[in-house]
Ligand binder design. Sequence first.
Ligand code: GRF
Length: 212
Amino acid sequence: MSAVTPFRLGVLGSGRGSNFVAIADAIAAGKIPAEISLVLSDVETAGILVEARSRQLAARYIAPGKFRTRLEDGIEQEYVATLRDAGANFIVLAGFMRVLKDPFLRAFPDRIVNIHPSLLPAFPGLAAWQQALDYGVKITGCTVHFVTAGVDTGAIIGQQSVAVLDTDTAATLHARIQAAEHELYPRCLAALARDEITRIGRRVVPRTSSVN
Ligand code: GRF
């Protein structure tokens, strides 16, 4: 029997929810030993809420307040309280377009993860696939990482590469990166939920390895 507290996920997203769908499907298929406690969005019409409700999962919109890139302070506390009330003990950012601040980060220490559409530390921030095209890299990809106060700077849990084709447009490259995300995110969450990996400094490694 495992001594690990079962993962009860709070999933935050602002958009379509395709990563959420990949994660929910992987859980339903028994590939991630976790359950989804709540899906929260700062966008009332977000696809992620529709997808959650169509799976009979709890889904809520909480208006983000007056700022564009973060939650208003009191509202960030409301997000935390709502997630706790729902029983969430691990937070999955799946296209949540706001930076989380200290009160939220402190509420779930080392238990918030995000997916970013580039091979970090290259191309943090918005539209990373467009940044990759503009820079002219031949390989890009996606990264699952722990969330810290910096933008896209937390310890890296997993990465998957995607070749940039000469014929790529922003749309075709973004679509291939998203397909890679849908494999990578469930795989990383499964490893975390099974307690197979641990963080040593910035390095996230299998529990069995020794890192010098
Ligand atoms: C993903 O491409 C992810 O990398 C970024 O936001 C996007 C969310 O897409 N953080 P979706 O809502 O999961 O379809």
